[in-house]
Design a protein around this ligand. Structure first.
Ligand SMILES: *Cc1c(COP(=O)(O)O)cnc(C)c1O
Length: 359
């Protein structure tokens, strides 16, 4: 069986040696030394000024909405994971969907401006599969209309844009370190901003709003993460360069092997240093996708329709049309991609796809 993804597990002894330290200290959560070290190491590795480690990528988005004071309606993308939209609705915000560019899979900035009204308070868009959005254009529009920008950068650990981490763009960028992501801490997430003041406020909000031992200066939530999660993160981080270079090889190997296949690939931003987190292929029709998926499954290969469905189709949002996103969501399949995936397995997957096409 070949699954679509497998979490990366680092050498067990490296994790255990950090766990042994936790046992000695008897300090297992509440901003412990490993959480601190993970934050410092991530800042250093990615060249970030500020970085807050939180419970998961979804709470990172919710805290971003809250601390930027968004209300009413927000502009967002229909082509993302459900958490992008569900977190907004959870916070009482109404999503207004802008259609995407079917080549880059990211929001089409030209469709943003058409949707701006007085009720719009901010923009939350996703760098889909780690491919940076049209950052300059989005910034220009946001500035003109005085809107805050949040980037859902869940897929972007290690992604560089114009020579710096893509996490450094927007008023806030959020990260997910869920087990299926390229860099993970089992569960976990991150919040990145360029502002020291906002970072301080977010840090308080992450810890129930404490701004002193017995003082609560603001409303907060529990967005903390534990020493055990940080220990996994520190261990995985030590191997991240190897993960990244293996991923790049596997990615390029797929491109080579799938040459005869009638599919298209994501068009990457020309200013990106990519992290090769996913391998999406786009079929010419949903029928072709289903045929290929069935062929793979009959032979023990499990892919994922990701992202599917288009988020404007969710039952709890107002009906809106997004033709490009709906069309893409119906035709896109993410092929298996994980650290241990062998070349022979990629050969096998490529053969099955070609067979499905020529059947
Ligand atoms: C994984 C993911 C999330 C959610 O992150 P969690 O850490 O699982 O809460 C949000 N948005 C996108 C685009 C994701 O891929």
């Amino acid at each position: 069986m070949i699954p679509v993804t497998k979490p990366y597990l680092p050498p067990q002894n490296e994790y255990i040696s950090l766990v042994n330290e936790i046992w000695k200290r008897n300090w297992i959560t509440n901003n412990g030394p490993l959480v601190n070290k993970l934050e410092l190491d991530i800042k250093e590795y990615l060249g970030l000024k500020h970085f807050l480690y939180v419970t998961n990528g979804t709470i990172a988005i919710q805290m971003a909405y809250k601390l930027l004071g968004l209300s009413g309606k927000i502009i967002t993308t229909p082509f993302s994971y459900v958490a992008t939209t569900s977190s907004a609705v959870w916070e009482g915000l109404e999503p207004v969907f802008c259609d995407i560019d079917p080549k880059t899979f990211n929001v089409n900035p030209d469709s943003i401006e058409e949707k701006i009204t007085k009720e719009i308070s901010g923009i939350l868009v996703t760098h889909v599969f780690g491919n940076p959005c049209d950052i300059e254009k989005i910034e220009r529009i946001a500035k003109k209309h005085n809107l805050k920008i949040i980037y859902d950068a869940s897929h972007c650990f290690g992604v560089m844009y114009k020579g710096k981490s893509v996490y450094q763009y927007g008023d806030i960028s959020t990260a997910s370190f869920h087990a299926t992501k390229l860099f993970h801490t089992i569960e976990g997430g991150g919040i990145i901003t360029q502002s020291s003041e906002l970072t301080r406020e977010l840090a308080e909000a992450r810890n129930f709003g404490h701004d002193g031992f017995d003082k609560f200066g603001r409303v907060g939530i529990n967005g903390k993460n534990s020493e055990f999660h940080a220990a996994m993160g520190l261990t995985v981080l030590n191997h991240f360069e190897a993960i990244l270079s293996t991923r790049k090889e596997q990615f390029n190997y797929y491109v080579e092997k799938l040459r005869g296949l009638e599919v298209t690939f994501q068009k990457l931003n020309e200013n990106v240093e990519y992290n090769y987190g996913y391998f999406p292929v786009v079929f010419s029709s949903e029928k072709q996708l289903l045929k290929s998926k069935e062929m793979l499954e009959d032979n023990g290969v499990y892919c994922r329709r990701y992202f599917y469905p288009s988020l404007n189709k969710l039952s709890y949002v107002k009906e809106q049309e997004c033709n490009m996103a709906e069309s893409l969501a119906s035709r896109i399949l993410c092929l298996p991609l994980y650290h241990e995936l062998a070349k022979e397995e990629q050969d096998y997957i490529a053969r099955l796809l070609l067979r499905a096409q020529n059947n």
